[in-house]
Design a protein. Sequence first.
Length: 456
Amino acid sequence: MRIWLVLILLTLPCVSWCESRQQITLEDQNQEPIIIEANTIELIETPPVVRAQGDVLFRQGQKLLLAEEFVYDYNNETGVLQNATFTTCDREDMDYRVTASQIRLTSDQRLKARRVRIYLGKLRVISLPSLAINVGPRTERNTLLPIPGYNNRDGFFLANSYSLVGTQNTDVDLRLKLTTGSGIQGGVTAGFALQGDSQLVPPYVPDYGSELNKDDVLRPRVIGDECVFPESRHSPSILSVFGAVLVRERAFDIDEPDIQVTRLPEIGLRYVSPQVCVLDDFEFPSVGVQSEVRASWGRFKQNNPDTRYISRFDVRGHASTTLAAFGDNTALRATGLARYSYYDSEESYKVLAGALDATRIYPGGSFASLRLILHETSGSTPFEFDDIDIRKELQTAGRYVRGRNTYEILLKYDLDEGSLRDWEFSVARRLHCLEPSITWRNRFSQISIGLRVLGF
């Protein structure tokens, strides 16, 4: 709850275009103080609103908002900025910035922008009709800027995912990949939370075989940059409906690396049980169970544009628990998964799987993890993208942080074949406002360059 505000009408150091500047400070027990600075500031008591006009500056921690006009309800912690700019870079020549005709601040720590342009330095990299940015606690990395790269399947590419609509209940994302070798890939995914917050867990997650052997499974499930629920260590349960229309999206299958998948459409229902926070000051919970169940139906086409669409009904669920915690930095976890898929080609496919992983966390964000994954399958599937390529898999992942540099590695080893099927290595360096990274993925000779936005 807002404690109160300190109104300071100051005559600040003035430049040629002004006569005086005014400043107001809003203090909160649970958040960083908010400082609003403008040519004129008016405090309206009923309802409790701050109205600022003329070269407005809004600052909270590293987050900066510049606007011509700003109206802020400090009881509800909501506001509207006109002709606004958002950044976390306090340099005169900003490394990046997001401009919009209007930005709305919501009480759940999101920015909703209209008529958006995103700049890297002075270069405009993309324009969007709308954009939703979560500026509160989160575990995923912030990649407002498109990711360029090259692989031996698509040639040169430019890719990213943008939240067009982001509220407590609704999530609509644009997934876009422009390639020189395969044209435009991607589409729109959406979800609506019937219960819980749709932003805590993405409503839609594409499936390729099994959640246990996805390329990024170790990093988000084993370690996060920040605990999202530090007080209760538990999240609320989430029930959501989801849908997707995706065209020619690349599915980097191990056995068939040339696969492209069209989903037109895919719809479903997803339930995520209350989750124990994985990290809290580098401490593991001693016990805790996470579980998820998902049912979906979709029309899919793989590769050949002349082939017919095949419908699939899919039900799957998985659960994980901490078997043992050794001190405050090492844990042993187990995960089980079951899946049943039925196709209108009168085929069916069943998967039972289990995984055991050991993880050790080191100060500063470094970690090491080893995971054993076993799959049992029966039946058949008309698709390559949703079958299991590696029945017995050993994954290892690690992150090493030294100063401003971060190094990450991921290895996928096929125990049946006795061979290393894929590996990935990345290097990142934290700068003033951005963290550039370069990633090499060996299986597809893919190199990509990322730019993580720092400060939120």
